[in-house]
Design a protein around this ligand. Structure first.
Ligand code: HEM
Length: 545
């Protein structure tokens, strides 16, 4: 009996233990299942973009970082190196985000023109995803809204309108370079050209004179201006904010924390931005504050102009407002005040940094190639007396060598070495089937340094763009596309070339330039939304007269 009782107690105990073990086992297996599901979720989130394009060749990926370490290792040459290794179409992972890079002129034609209807939009990179202000311009709008906006804006880029802007451009150029000869010290030419280009586009886009070209001192740098807390007038405030906001749009790991997260784990970008922008002192807080102020200022300009609506105004903002008044309901719905502000602001952004960079590259390169300088001066002097101002027609037809010098400088320092696109449905490109939503980026910067299209690519040779030279005749028509390709190509191409030519003619009639001993060699470049000079282009000015 005692034995039976003992056995019963033991079996009861065992049963309890078994039950407890089962519970533990069930809980553990639930935890393991949960961990499994989460791991699978994280892995499929991180590798999802890779899976759809895995057949496209590319280097091994570092988890989370993708190919960012390669970018850090090789710098701007990374895409040329990968194109040599993997061929004209390859995979590149910006953190989690897979991108297909097309580094071949025929592939550029395929993506940009032939299959445009399947690849009509730009992908939105993480710095832009964090900045609503930058998203509503023409650059990042999509599909039907984009085509309505583009058609309305195109009508404002008629040759006659561009020609009418020549005197305005000329007067800002003269004002910005007015007392260059008095500068005994170096000038930071890249800052001077940014002020000038911002003033020109400020006038053309908003009808507002930002007054940056009025030389307080030509040796003033943008940095000293930004740090100068006393010059608190509204205009310079606006410009400081614009420059800050633009220079924060970085594509590597030096941007704000939310932008970095956007590159690595995009799903975390917005929640973190929402938190960080509320913490004073963080970069996200500063960017948010600046963008809010900018948007506010832009909205003010737009609403004021909507009330005033001067008939004679020819600036971009007035033209867009007039088009909105006279056009259909469609364009009224598309050009809501926030989109108008963003588009006008986009002009300021797109029209200043790119043009200033190109102008600085030309002057920098010409000043270290005396034979090019000699030929350029001969062409400019040969045009006529120095007080004879060139017209838009003269600019297009009477300066063929200047044309070649500008093209070669744009090839040498490529402002926009990558051109973003995104597939809007499954499409075959270069023999690979790419799913809907794939980021496909063209790499004109790689083509510009490819010896098959540009023999001796590291030499500065403007004559390679001479219409009569064999190299030019043999070259693929899409091997050189600094302003992009197809229906989404740059809308401001003629505007900026006109401004760059006018500026160079004016400058070289009066001065030549030499590199300052204070400038690093070779020039250091900074990768942002567009390329810029890390430490500026520092030059000595020599009066020609
Ligand atoms: C040297 C000067 C410039 C360069 C190198 C340049 C380059 C580019 C490039 C590469 C694109 C992308 C094209 C594509 O995706 O195929 C683009 C687009 C654009 N650019 Fe420019 N640009 C310059 C000046 C300007 C100026 C002065 C303006 C405005 C007045 C401007 C406004 C735009 C706009 C609005 C777009 C977007 C077009 C669209 O999506 O429909 N750009 N630019």
């Amino acid at each position: 009996m005692v034995l039976l009782l003992l056995l019963d107690a033991i079996s009861h105990n065992l049963l309890m233990k078994m039950e407890w073990l089962c519970t533990v086992y069930r809980t553990e297996s639930m935890i393991f299942t949960l961990i499994g599901i989460i791991t699978a979720g994280v892995v499929s989130y991180l590798y999802g973009p890779y899976w759809g394009v895995r057949k496209v060749p590319g280097p091994p990926i570092v988890p989370l970082l993708g190919h960012i370490p390669l970018m850090a290792k090789y710098g701007p040459d990374v895409f040329s190196i990968l194109a040599n290794r993997y061929g004209p179409i390859f995979r590149f992972h910006m953190g989690r985000q897979a991108m297909i890079i097309a580094a071949d002129p025929e592939l550029c034609r395929e993506v940009g023109i032939k299959k445009f209807k399947d690849v009509p939009n730009r992908s939105i990179p993480s710095p832009i995803a964090a900045s609503p202000l930058h998203q509503k311009g023409l650059f990042f709008t999509r599909d039907a809204r984009w085509s309505t906006m583009r058609n309305s804006i195109l009508s404002m880029y008629q040759p006659s309108h561009l020609a009418s802007l020549v005197p305005t451009m000329q007067s800002f150029i003269e004002s910005a370079t007015h007392n260059l000869e008095s500068s005994k010290q170096d000038i930071t030419f890249s800052d001077l050209s940014l002020r000038m280009a911002t003033d020109v586009i400020g006038q053309a886009a908003f009808g507002v004179n930002f007054g940056l070209s009025k030389p307080k001192s030509v040796t003033d740098t943008i940095d000293s201006d930004i740090n100068n807390q006393d010059s608190g007038n509204e205009v310079s405030d606006f410009i400081k904010q614009h420059i800050f906001s633009t220079t924060q749009l970085k594509m590597d790991l030096s941007g704000s924390l939310s932008i970095i997260l956007g590159l690595l784990v995009p799903v975390l970008q917005e929640p973190f931005r929402q938190i960080l922008k509320r913490i004073p002192g963080t970069m996200d807080w500063k960017v948010d504050r600046t963008n809010k102020k900018l948007s506010h200022r832009l909205d003010e300009i737009v609403s004021k102009r909507m009330i005033e609506m001067k008939i004679e105004s020819k600036d971009f903002l007035s033209l867009i407002l007039k088009a909105r008044e006279s056009d259909t309901e469609v364009s009224k719905n598309v050009f809501t005040p926030d989109y108008i502000s963003a588009t006008a602001y986009e002009h300021l952004l797109a029209g200043s940094a790119t043009t200033a960079f190109t102008l600085s590259s030309v002057v920098y390169l010409v000043s270290k190639h005396p034979e090019v300088e000699k030929e350029l001066l001969a062409e400019i002097d040969g045009f006529g007396p120095h007080d004879q101002k060139p017209t838009a027609h003269d600019l297009q037809h009477k300066f063929p060598y200047l044309d070649q010098v500008i093209k070669e400088s744009m090839r040498f320092y490529f402002v926009s070495p990558l051109i973003a696109r995104e597939t809007s449905k499954q499409v075959e490109i270069g023999g690979y089937l790419l799913p809907k939503g794939t980021w496909i980026w063209l790499a004109p910067g790689v083509l510009a340094k490819d010896p098959r299209h540009f023999p001796e690519p590291d030499k500065f040779k403007p004559e390679r763009f001479d219409q009569n030279c064999d190299e030019e005749k043999r070259r693929h028509p899409y091997a050189f596309i600094p302003f992009g390709i197809g229906p989404r190509a740059c809308i401001g191409q003629k505007f900026s070339v006109q401004e760059i030519k006018l500026s160079l003619i004016h400058l070289y009639r009066k001065y030549v330039f030499r590199h300052s001993p204070n400038m690093e060699e070779p020039l250091e470049l900074q990768f942002g939304i567009v390329l810029s000079f890390k430490k500026g282009v520092k030059l000595n000015v020599i009066n020609r007269a």
